[in-house]
Design a protein. Structure first.
Length: 133
C-alpha cells in the first residue's frame, strides 16, 4: 500500500498525511502490534489526509491491518479463513481462538494447524465459499 504516515494532533482529531513510500502503513508505524494499538486509540472523528481528501481513519486503518494480516499470515479473532487444500470443505470459517500453531474456528467447533488455512478473500467472504471470484 506504500504510504507514509506523519502523525500530527489536530484537536479534536488525529491527522494523518499519507505520502509516497514503499513501506506499508503498518510497517511505517512500527509493525502490526503497534498499528493495532494505534487503531484501538482512534476515535470515530479521526481522519487520514490523502492528497486533498480527508477520509475516516478507523475504517482505513482496519482495512490496512487486515491486508497486513493476510500478507503475513497473522490471524486474529473474527478473521475469516478457508482451508487451503481442495479435499477439505470449502466454507468460510471464523477464527474463534488460536495460538502460533493452531486455530479454532466457528465457536471452537473446528480446529486446524495454521499451515492448513489462509485468510479468505473479500469475494470468498461475500460468497461464503472458498474459490469465489
Amino acid at each position: 500500500c506504500g504510504f507514509l504516515p506523519l502523525f500530527a494532533h489536530l484537536a479534536p482529531r488525529v491527522g494523518f498525511f499519507l505520502g509516497d513510500n514503499k513501506m506499508s502503513l503498518i510497517e511505517q508505524v512500527g509493525g502490526h502490534d503497534v498499528a493495532k494499538n494505534k487503531y484501538q486509540d482512534l476515535s470515530d472523528s479521526d481522519v487520514i489526509t490523502i492528497g486533498p481528501f480527508e477520509i475516516p481513519a478507523k475504517p482505513y486503518f482496519e482495512q490496512e491491518l487486515l491486508e497486513y494480516r493476510r500478507e503475513h499470515n497473522i490471524y486474529e479473532l473474527r478473521d475469516k479463513i478457508v482451508f487451503i487444500d481442495e479435499f477439505m470443505h470449502d466454507e468460510v470459517m471464523t477464527v474463534s481462538d488460536g495460538n502460533n500453531v493452531a486455530l479454532w474456528m466457528d465457536n471452537d467447533t473446528k480446529h486446524a494447524v495454521i499451515e492448513m488455512v489462509r485468510h479468505a478473500t473479500d469475494a470468498e467472504i461475500k460468497a461464503m465459499t472458498r474459490g469465489a471470484d
